[in-house]
Design a protein around this ligand. Structure first.
Ligand code: AHG
Ligand code: MN
Ligand code: MN
Length: 352
């Protein structure tokens, strides 16, 4: 029988929907008021709307014969702009959000109305893969607001470290559409698959645990001439034969963080986007790419580090990085605990 890294959901005529699951989890949280549940509901709704656009993306291109107008003569908008609009609109209308940060917006949107949560998102991750029909996604992180005493939100509500996240998740628009979220290690990580016939997400991957070790590595090796030598040594190590540690590892790199992280979460292994001479701070964004993924991986028993060996007495957890601005970047290494341990050990041994 196939072994899974999640609890298979027992067959039943009636599946558990994402909305019901969120409600069940909130019932386990003493003092929950329903605001948070309502917020996640808006995110779920936006995900369904983006999914519908993603599924039409190829068609929109065909209909947009000139490349930028469709048959109605409307401009065909870029999918990341559309996704951003959908998420922002749903979050604003839902009235639970006080501040929004997005990869598509230079500045935070701050809102009146006393919403209790701040949301950072990458509305469409992996956009270079849209044109070739490869998995893309959405990533989000949710903080409780800091500016409690104020009606209007503040950019500072979004500049909290990953350790303060209340929830994080991603949606993968792949061969099926999946919504994966966590409200922290105590509650686990759960995956839901969209049933396109009725437009509802159903629990399909209960309590996902990242395997202790995997046998794939995921990194843009085309950048290796720009890496520090320790990175190159690590990749060479993974390519060497050693049956005890299942080496050589297979290489898998989609180029959409959502897809690469999702595969790593379910099958194990390691993903890395290190600093290099072109991107000395790494490429990925701390608040809406690295932190949400780090939160999910830690909640699933994995690790997520900044790709540097920790200085004595200091931490290299991504979740502990203190953000300075909304669009900060960070190097990111995440995956199975044993694989991240090995990465760290090799870094230390090479004195990096
Ligand atoms: P986005 O499409 O939101 O800008 O993100 C792209 C990111 C991420 O999804 C992926 O891991 C990484 O860029 C790929 O970068 P390279 O093409 O440099 O490998
Ligand atoms: Mn991205
Ligand atoms: Mn993006």
């Amino acid at each position: 029988m196939q072994q899974h890294s999640w609890r298979p959901v027992p067959p039943s005529a009636v599946g558990i929907t994402l909305e019901q699951h969120i409600a069940q989890q909130m019932a386990m949280s003493p003092g929950a008021t329903g605001h948070f549940t309502a917020l996640l509901y808006q995110i779920m709704l936006a995900a369904k709307l983006v999914d519908a656009r993603v599924r039409q993306a190829g068609l929109a291109d065909v209909l947009g014969v000139t490349g930028d107008t469709n048959v109605q003569g409307e401009r065909v908008q870029k999918l990341d702009v559309v996704a951003n609009e959908i998420f922002c609109t749903m979050l604003k209308r839902g009235m639970r959000t006080c501040a929004i940060a997005s990869e598509e917006l230079d500045h935070a949107i701050v809102l009146d109305g006393g919403g209790r949560y701040a949301v950072a998102m990458d509305p469409l991750d992996g956009s270079s893969n849209i044109d070739c029909n490869v998995t893309i996604g959405t990533i989000f992180g949710v903080w409780r607001r800091r500016s409690e005493s104020m009606e209007r939100g503040h950019e500072g509500d979004l500049l909290q470290p990953g350790t303060a996240l209340r929830a994080a998740g991603y949606i993968a628009y792949g061969s099926s559409t999946m919504f994966v979220y966590s409200t922290g290690p105590r509650f686990g990580v759960h995956g839901f698959t969209l049933d396109p016939h009725i437009g509802e997400f159903f629990l399909s991957h209960e309590d996902i645990r990242v395997p202790k070790r995997g046998n794939t590595y995921s990194v843009n090796e085309g950048n290796s001439s720009k890496w520090e030598p320790s990175m190159r040594r690590w990749v060479e190590h993974l390519k060497q034969e050693d049956s005890a540690t299942q080496r050589p590892y297979g290489a898998r790199y989609v180029g959409s963080l959502v897809a690469d992280a999702h595969r790593t979460l379910v099958k194990g292994g390691i993903f890395a986007y290190p600093a290099d001479t072109k991107s000395p701070k790494g490429k990925l964004r701390l608040q809406y790419e690295a932190n949400p993924m780090a939160f999910i991986f830690e909640a699933a028993g994995g690790r997520a580090i900044t790709g540097r060996a920790a200085a004595p007495g200091a931490s290299n957890r991504v979740l502990e990085v203190v953000p300075e601005s909304l669009h900060d970047r960070t190097p990111l290494v995440l995956g199975s605990p044993d694989d991240v341990d090995t990465f760290e050990r090799l870094l230390v041994e090479s004195g990096a």
